[in-house]
Design a protein around this ligand. Sequence first.
Ligand SMILES: NC(=O)c1ccc[n+]([C@@H]2O[C@H](COP(=O)([O-])OP(=O)(O)OC[C@H]3O[C@@H](n4cnc5c(N)ncnc54)[C@H](OP(=O)(O)O)[C@@H]3O)[C@@H](O)[C@H]2O)c1
Length: 223
Amino acid sequence: MDISVLGTGAVGRAVAGRLDDLGHHVTMATRDPEATSGREDHAGWAAAHPGVRLVAFADAGADADLVVNALGGDVAEGVLAEVGEGLAGRVLLDISNPLDHSQGFPPRLFVKDDDSLAERIQRAHAEARVVKALNTMNSAVMVDPARLGEETTVFVSGDDQHAKATVVGLLRELGHTDVIDLGGLETARGAEMFLPLWVRTALALGGSDFNIKVVRGPSLLDA
Ligand SMILES: NC(=O)c1ccc[n+]([C@@H]2O[C@H](COP(=O)([O-])OP(=O)(O)OC[C@H]3O[C@@H](n4cnc5c(N)ncnc54)[C@H](OP(=O)(O)O)[C@@H]3O)[C@@H](O)[C@H]2O)c1
């Protein structure tokens, strides 16, 4: 697939790098490609992934089958507005979380309960096909769930069945074997509202190398 990854942070690098390794044609987008190329953290990553082209946000998405939102939640809506037309018709895999760090720790959610960041993005880009997934685990686990040594769970939410099937296929390529389809995009609210518990769990464990595992009782073994 032609995949455009928006974001050069831990998530952007992990996802773009793994998809490149899997043989997808990947571009990565950033504010200022020249400045990002000169960044020490990016240079090492780029040397290992010479086939991944770095473009400006405004030039992202155009030829992509799938766009990945790996942007800070607080800046995602602004950046996606910049990408604009590049999102029309695309599957948009939204990994971002609506975290507001402005009041210190723990971060607050700037949208919750009766709305979600995923739904706000979908409303702003009616032509995009938004699917929420992978936001409930750290970037290393996203792209290599087997590192945890046992099967864990990833959730998907989205209104477009074909888009969701595309994302589920990609999740399986990344190694995710327990994928729970929560339903329409509205269900992304729950996945995003898991973050306060995720943050506290990471603090309690002293690290983020963990994931949720949904264990089915006997009456749910086929679910
Ligand atoms: N880190 C994790 O393990 C993890 C796990 C689950 C979910 N998430 C979610 O995934 C998303 C990405 O997380 P991350 O840790 O990789 O990245 P991040 O550091 O939160 O964001 C990186 C991206 O945001 C862009 N950005 C930052 N400030 C900006 C601004 N003022 N205007 C425009 N763009 C701006 C950066 O652009 P430049 O490229 O130009 O620098 C960069 O591409 C977040 O929403 C996070 O909550 C993260």
